[in-house]
Design a binder for this molecule. Structure first.
Ligand SMILES: [Zn+2]
Length: 424
C-alpha cells in the first residue's frame, strides 16, 4: 500500500473566487475501499475504473456553487475559515458511499463519487447536488468541531442529521433526503445517539427546525464555547422556546413531542408541519413494538432490552369493546447505570376513545372506522418514577398507546421498565 499520489489527479475545475477546486481522476484507474464511518482517511486505493465525463464535473460544480452560495449567506464566519480553495476529489468510491468529508490537520477535504453508475442504483443530478450540499456542510462542521467527523464521537449523529437536513434547505424541491427516513422509523427503539442512524435522524432535525428555525439549527454548531455534546446545544436552542430537549419531569421536546409525532406524523396538532404526509407513508401502527389485544384481566409489559438515552419503545394496547374501564399500573426501574437521582424513563400514554385512532394506511382498518386523529387534549405525559404508579385512564378507552421514553442524554443512563395494564 502506497500513499496516494495526488499529482495524478488532473485539475479539472476551479470554482468562483477560488472557493474550491475539483480534482478529477482523468486517467487514473483508482478507487478506494474503506468503511466510510471509520475514523481516519483511507489510503487503500485499489484499481477499478477509468470513467471520466466532463458533463459529470459540470453537475458537481453546479452543486458546489449552489451549496457555497447558501452557506456563505447563512454561515459566513465558517465559510471564510474553510481552506481556500477547498479540495474536492472525484474518486471511485466503490464502498457505495456518495461522498465523504475528511477532517485533516490542514482543514477539511471532500471526496465525491466520480461516476453516475453504482451498484446501488444510478446517481442522478439531484442526488449529486444533494451530496454536494451534504458534504459541504460536513466541511463547515469540521471547521468548528473537527471531532464531528469521527463516527465514534458524540457529535457524529447530529453531524449526519443536520447535513442531511441541509440537502432539503438548499434545494426545497430535492426530497432525496427522505430516503433516509426509514433508518429512523424502522428502529424507534434505537438510540438517537447511534451515529450510523444519524441520517434518519434528519426527522428529529426537521421537527426541531419547525420550532427553532434554520438559524436555531445552525446555532447548534456555531455556539461558543462549543458544547461537549450536541444535546446541550439543542437544549440551548430550545431554551428560548421554553422547553427542554430531554427531561424526565414535565413536558420535553424529545419525549413529549417528538416521540409522539413519530407515531402520528401527519397530525396537524402534534405531527410535522411540513413533509408530514410523506413521513406518514410509514404508518404509525406499523412501528409499534407490539400490538396487544386484551379483554378483562391484566397484561404485563417489560423492556426487551436496555432502553438507551434518547430512544423510545411503543406498545399499543387494544381493549375489547364494551369493557367498562381500564386501569393502568406502572412499575418502573430506571437509572440502573446512571449516576443516581431521577429515573431516566418517562411514560407517555395516548388514550384513544371509541372514535378510533387515525392510521395512515387505509388497509389498517381494525379500529379506524371513524378516523379523527388524536387531539392534544387526549395526550397525557406521565412521568414514571421508580416504584409504581397508577395512571388514570378514561372510561370506554379502547386503545392505549404506551410510549416509554428514555429522554436523557447522559452516556450511561440506560434503563429498563415494566408496566401492567388492568382491564376491569
Ligand atoms: Zn454525512
Amino acid at each position: 500500500m502506497s500513499p496516494t499520489n495526488w499529482d495524478r489527479f488532473r485539475l479539472s475545475r476551479l470554482g468562483p473566487d477560488n472557493r474550491y477546486v475539483i480534482h478529477y481522476a482523468h486517467r487514473s484507474r483508482e478507487g478506494f475501499r474503506s468503511d466510510p464511518c471509520a475514523a481516519g482517511r483511507p489510503l487503500d486505493l485499489v484499481p477499478l475504473d477509468g470513467v471520466h465525463s466532463a458533463a459529470y464535473v459540470d453537475v458537481v460544480a453546479a452543486g458546489l456553487d449552489t451549496a457555497f452560495a447558501f452557506y456563505r449567506r447563512h454561515l459566513p464566519g465558517l465559510t471564510d475559515r474553510l481552506p481556500r480553495p477547498l479540495h474536492v476529489y472525484l474518486l471511485n468510491l466503490n464502498s457505495g458511499a456518495d461522498g465523504l468529508t475528511w477532517g485533516l490537520p490542514s482543514g477539511p477535504e471532500i471526496w465525491l463519487r466520480n461516476r453516475y453508475e453504482e451498484a446501488a442504483g444510478p446517481l442522478v443530478a439531484s442526488k449529486i447536488k444533494a451530496t454536494c450540499a451534504h458534504e459541504l456542510f460536513h466541511a463547515h462542521q469540521a471547521v468548528c468541531c473537527p471531532a464531528s467527523l469521527d463516527g465514534r464521537r458524540p457529535w457524529a449523529w447530529w453531524g449526519e442529521a443536520t447535513a442531511t437536513c441541509m440537502e432539503g434547505q438548499i434545494d426545497p424541491s430535492n426530497t432525496e433526503f427522505l430516503a433516509f427516513l426509514y433508518a429512523r422509523l424502522d428502529t424507534p427503539g434505537v438510540s438517537t445517539r447511534n451515529a450510523l442512524r444519524g441520517y434518519g435522524d434528519v426527522l428529529l432535525c426537521e421537527f426541531l427546525l419547525e420550532r427553532v428555525g434554520l438559524e436555531g439549527i445552525l446555532e447548534t454548531w456555531t455556539r461558543t464555547p462549543h458544547p461537549r455534546d450536541p444535546a446541550e446545544a439543542i437544549d440551548a436552542a430550545l431554551a428560548r422556546h421554553g422547553i427542554p430537549f430531554g427531561s424526565t419531569h414535565g413536558p420535553d421536546f424529545f419525549g413529549s413531542q417528538f416521540s409522539l409525532a413519530l407515531y402520528s406524523p401527519d397530525d396537524p396538532n402534534f405531527g410535522f408541519r411540513t413533509h408530514g404526509a410523506l413521513y406518514a407513508s410509514k404508518p404509525g401502527r406499523a412501528f409499534v413494538s407490539g400490538v396487544h389485544e386484551m379483554g378483562a384481566g391484566s397484561l404485563e409489559f417489560s423492556s426487551r432490552e436496555w432502553l438507551l438515552g434518547l430512544s423510545a419503545d411503543y406498545n399499543l394496547v387494544v381493549v375489547d369493546k364494551g369493557l367498562a374501564s381500564v386501569a393502568m399500573h406502572i412499575e418502573c426501574d430506571g437509572d440502573i447505570e446512571g449516576a443516581g437521582g431521577s429515573p431516566p424513563v418517562k411514560g407517555v400514554v395516548v388514550q384513544v376513545d371509541g372514535a378510533g385512532v387515525r392510521v395512515a394506511d387505509p388497509t389498517e382498518i381494525a379500529l379506524a372506522e371513524a378516523p379523527t386523529g388524536i387531539s392534544p387534549a387526549r395526550v397525557d405525559a406521565h412521568p414514571i418514577y421508580r416504584g409504581s404508579a397508577i395512571i388514570p385512564i378514561a372510561p370506554r378507552t379502547e386503545e392505549l398507546l404506551v410510549v416509554i421514553v428514555n429522554p436523557t442524554y447522559g452516556d450511561r443512563e440506560r434503563a429498563c421498565y415494566k408496566y401492567r395494564v388492568t382491564v376491569v
